[in-house]
Design a protein around this ligand. Structure first.
Ligand SMILES: NC(=O)c1ccc[n+]([C@@H]2O[C@H](COP(=O)([O-])OP(=O)(O)OC[C@H]3O[C@@H](n4cnc5c(N)ncnc54)[C@H](OP(=O)(O)O)[C@@H]3O)[C@@H](O)[C@H]2O)c1
Length: 233
């Protein structure tokens, strides 16, 4: 169990559909939340106190800046939620023309680097008995790489593999890493792709129900969130 009351939380991508719902729910449970986004204005709209960390994840020093400012504002870190992400739709014939650097940086490299930079703070949290958690959202494509979504699937599979291996490495330190792999969610992400055009998806999960499930998982000690953990949402 991770006690959320007074826990120090960084939500990366808190201006997004899922990120904002997760941040609100964590605050409802008494957590102290620092929101990250890339757009100052959107961030101000979301953060009740007007605070937040506006940094583009493709900036070279983004991991160091985000972690340092979160630790400074909160006095430490107990929970990190990664709800930032970008999708791209490409056929194999188009892949070489696409902005794979941004896709892989936002979806995989930035969260990997942020976990690494945040490790001293997470260790301190574990030593204090706070049972720190890192939650990422790779999605079903990391288990079931999808035609027309090969680049996106590859970026998310990289993230999922990193979190699985890092989770094994850090388990003995008392740091829990959980990667969530829900299927399509009705957040509108597919309508704002970095490249390409979305195919027609069957109706997806309800964002509010997915956010509830994710916050419950942070709280109750869940160690795996495969696609079927979201059935019924
Ligand atoms: N929706 C789905 O079907 C689904 C399914 C499985 C997994 N996921 C994953 O869940 C996560 C949240 O998705 P969502 O549906 O809530 O999408 P969303 O509403 O589009 O939110 C995406 C977030 O990522 C931020 N972001 C994008 N590029 C960035 C950059 N270069 N630097 C900093 N922040 C950046 C966005 O910032 P702005 O507000 O500035 O745009 C926004 O906060 C993503 O990782 C997504 O891949 C989604």
């Amino acid at each position: 169990m991770t006690r959320l009351e007074q826990s120090r939380v960084l939500v990366v991508g808190a201006t997004g559909a899922l990120g904002s719902l997760i941040a609100e729910r964590l605050e409802d449970r008494g957590a102290r939340v620092v929101r990250h986004g890339r757009d100052e204005g959107r961030l101000e709209d979301r953060a009740a106190d007007g605070g937040g960390i506006a940094v583009d994840l493709t900036d070279e020093d983004a991991p160091e800046v985000i972690v340092a400012r979160a630790v400074e504002q909160l006095g430490g870190l107990d929970v990190i939620v990664f709800a930032a992400g970008v999708v791209g739709f490409d056929t194999v014939a188009e892949t070489a023309e696409q902005d794979l650097e941004t896709l892989f940086t936002v979806n995989a490299l930035a969260p990997m680097r942020i976990v690494s930079v945040a490790l001293p703070a997470l260790r301190e949290s574990a030593d204090a008995g706070n049972e720190p958690v890192v939650l990422t959202l790779s999605g079903i494509v990391s288990e079931l790489p999808t035609a027309g979504l090969a680049s996106y699937s590859a970026s998310k599979a990289a993230l999922a593999a990193y979190i699985a291996a890092a989770g094994r490495e850090l388990r003995r330190s008392g740091i829990r890493l959980v990667d969530a792999r829900p299927g399509h969610i009705e957040t509108g992400l597919a309508d704002r792709p970095l490249f390409g055009t979305a195919p027609r998806f069957p109706h997806g999960h309800d964002p509010a129900a997915v956010a509830d499930r994710l916050v419950q998982a942070i709280e109750d000690g869940t160690t795996a969130l495969p696609p079927d953990a979201f059935s019924g949402s």
